[in-house]
Design a protein around this ligand. Structure first.
Ligand code: F6P
Length: 375
């Protein structure tokens, strides 16, 4: 048993299956194995800023392994741009003050890419911080995977399986839109596992003509229906060019006024592209003569009990994080690496996105089995 410690834990960003399993994995190791004290901050960064927390003891951690969502609540707030009376305020000094007032020895942040950035800011302010990677998007840099992804993949694959029989019965095209604004892992994985005929992801801009080619080739072979897995961030070639230009403008703005204007332009471009799956359905219907329908899976993908793979991953990452606290090692994301874990400096994670490489084996396998990728 090592010396006493008081640790804070929170969940931030969009929820995902496995958050409670990770809280439990860390908490049971911290309390049971090391004999430390644990408090849980409510609603992510919001609770940290407002110093709202609850004690987490053995009883609080019992029975949560299989529960979806997060028992602590979550939010998407940023610690350096925290909304106060509608204005963004840097709350890092407040968090540092709360951390010391509470007598904390470490802070554990469970979250995605945005949370890695928050964690890095708190590390830079001198706090003992670890980040545990969660997201259904699988887009966190420097980790093999993140908890939540395996569960969402099961749900999304099941959805694609199910639309097959109805698309087949009605001789329709059914576009199933899956989550993933920036990265296509979930759509590509579920599309492959579910045998979608066309898979459209943000990393591979599509043209309607290429998709029509794939569908018409299927019709010629006697398959008068098609199932399309499409990521919410997938775009055609023209929309991709508009979006990238607007994003570049926003990144390179030199003055606050230029930055504001570029940001609002980017928001307008994104807004105009929001209904892209419905637009594509209309275009495919016109070009192929096949009735087209859209299914948007939405939050179903993030809800409910985590699958076994996510429970395992979350538990071992949580337990490994407690070991790092015991060893006095901070400033890391606890990455999944093969069957093990690896501490990766947050400076190598924050601000990066793990997108699908266009030569990734999932992409090449899709091409080899004849799946259209719209390019
Ligand atoms: O958690 C990541 C994610 O699921 C993205 O795929 C999706 O675009 C986003 O969250 C939407 O979440 P919210 O509406 O909660 O901000």
């Amino acid at each position: 048993m090592s010396t006493h410690k008081r640790i804070g834990i929170l969940t931030a960003g969009g929820d995902s299956p496995g958050l409670n399993a990770a809280i439990r994995g860390f908490g049971k190791t911290a309390i049971g194995h090391y004999g430390w004290e644990l408090i849980g901050y409510r609603d992510g960064i919001t609770g940290l800023v407002n110093n709202r927390h609850i004690p987490l003891d053995g009883a609080a951690l019992s029975g949560i392994l299989t529960v979806g969502g997060t028992i602590l609540g979550t939010s998407r707030d940023k610690v350096h741009k925290f909304p106060v009376d509608g204005e963004p305020v840097d709350m890092v000094p407040t968090v540092v003050e709360n951390y010391h007032k509470e007598g904390l020895d470490a802070l554990i942040l469970l979250g995605g890419g945005g949370t890695a950035k928050n964690a890095k800011r708190l590390v830079d302010a001198g706090l003992n911080v670890l980040h545990l990677p969660k997201t259904i998007d699988n887009d966190i840099a420097m980790t093999d995977t993140s908890f939540g992804f395996a569960t969402a993949l099961e749900i999304a694959t099941d959805a694609i399986d199910r639309v097959h029989s109805t698309a087949h019965s009605h001789h329709r095209i059914i576009l199933t839109e899956l989550m993933g604004h920036r990265a296509g892992w979930l759509t590509l994985g579920a599309g492959l596992a579910g045998g979608a005929d066309v898979i459209l992801i943000p990393e591979i801009p599509y043209t309607v003509e290429k998709i029509v080619e794939t569908i018409q080739a299927r019709t010629a072979r006697g398959s008068s229906f098609s199932v399309i897995a499409i990521a919410e961030g997938a775009r055609d070639v023209d929309d991709t060019a508009d979006f990238e230009a607007a994003r570049l403008l926003a990144k390179s703005a030199r003055t606050p006024e230029a930055a504001r204007a570029a940001k609002s332009h980017l928001a307008n471009v994104e807004d105009s592209q929001r209904e892209h799956t419905f637009r594509l359905a209309r275009e495919l219907e016109a070009a192929t003569g096949l009735e087209s329908r859209v299914t948007i899976l939405g939050y179903v993908q993030r809800g409910g009990t985590p699958c076994a793979a996510d429970r395992l991953l979350a538990t071992r990452i949580g337990a490994a994080a407690a070991d790092l606290v015991a060893a006095g090692e901070f400033g890391f994301m606890v990455a999944a690496r093969g069957e093990g874990t690896e501490p990766v400096p947050l400076s190598e994670v924050a601000g990066k996105v793990k997108t699908v490489p266009v030569d990734h084996e999932w992409v090449t396998a899709a091409r080899k089995v004849g799946t259209g990728l719209g390019d």
